[in-house]
Ligand binder design. Structure first.
Ligand SMILES: CC(C)(COP(=O)(O)OP(=O)(O)OC[C@H]1O[C@@H](n2cnc3c(N)ncnc32)[C@H](O)[C@@H]1OP(=O)(O)O)[C@@H](O)C(=O)NCCC(=O)NCCS
Length: 173
């Protein structure tokens, strides 16, 4: 794998796979992938705004030029050293080849001020839990869980979203 220097604007490419930070025109593909992957779907406008204004903490992956994955993230203003991963999605045709982990590695390597990774993950989402456990393991970090967002916080039917935090991360092994 050829890897360029790790700043927020760098890209990581193999022959057919390309990972980079987002631009506004990626928002439409992010929305489409969120829909395809069965995630809680935000408005299309929300993905456009994130792709444009939170590009330091958002990533898109292109396989043969086609969008196949994204990370939607932000740094909470009061916790600038944290990166909250709101959504991560990989098209079913590109799963199981380390793509989600590579997007998160690309984000963390390109955003070194983000030393703590946060996300909320439903208890039933084994793939997502395995992904974050793999990131913690590979980067020598410590993963802890707290209650996060409880089912009773939601205005609609929604399972609880326990919150994870990964601290003490280094470069991936
Ligand atoms: C979760 C998701 C992003 C993982 O994408 P992916 O590119 O297939 O994941 P990776 O190949 O990078 O795998 C990362 C780790 O998770 C593990 N993993 C991935 N999918 C798994 C699954 N279904 N069951 C168990 N472990 C799984 C991998 O084995 C790997 O661990 P390892 O490094 O120890 O071998 C993808 O399944 C997806 O888009 N799901 C639907 C959307 C979703 O639920 N997103 C998360 C909530 S926002």
């Amino acid at each position: 794998m050829a890897t360029t220097s790790a700043d927020a604007t760098s890209s990581t490419s193999t022959d057919d796979l390309h990972i980079r930070s987002t631009v506004v025109s990626d928002g439409a593909a992010m929305w489409t992938l969120a829909h395809e992957c069965g995630l809680d779907l935000n408005s299309s406008y929300a993905y456009l705004v994130f792709a444009a204004d939170f590009s330091a903490t958002c990533r898109i992956a292109l396989l043969d030029g086609e969008p196949v994955g994204y990370v939607l993230g932000y740094s909470p203003p009061e916790r600038g050293d944290h990166v909250f991963v709101w959504q991560v999605a990989v098209s079913s045709r590109a799963r199981g080849r380390g793509l989600a982990r590579r997007m998160l590695d690309h984000l963390l390597d390109g955003h070194p001020e983000g030393t703590v990774l946060e996300a909320t993950v439903e208890e039933s989402n084994e793939a997502s839990r395995a992904l974050f456990a793999a990131v913690a393991r590979a980067r020598g970090g410590t993963l802890t869980w707290t209650d996060g967002v409880l089912a009773e916080h939601f205005p609609d039917e929604h399972p609880s979203e326990p919150r994870l935090q990964i601290t003490g991360m280094g470069r991936p092994s």
